[in-house]
Design a protein around this ligand. Sequence first.
Ligand SMILES: [Zn+2]
Length: 121
Amino acid sequence: MGEKTFEERELILELFPGTSPELLPPGEVLYYRDGEGRVHIQENPLHLVLEPLDAAPSITPLVCEACLRHISRSSGQFFRFGVGSSGRHFRYVALCRDTERCSGSARPGRLREILLRGILP
Ligand SMILES: [Zn+2]
């Protein structure tokens, strides 16, 4: 069933390359951290790169926006990403520091929402 959806997505992109990402059937969402500490959320052809920020001193717990778990400040981290074509406006998101563990419980729908927030105006 999943595979069929991916094919549909590719077909639509091929036939109508300008289709708004919101209207495409869901694809496979990749969520990973690279060697430089940046987090990537990818759903072909969209790709969002989140820059890690130094944690501000605070004891307030966070909610990870990907897996929706309550996490302590030490196990969470803030990230920012540029919005729109100018990339001069930033949005901020709190995520687990341990991306691999987080990706095990993060729902693709949540990741997709974060991804679209960075892509759509
Ligand atoms: Zn998480």
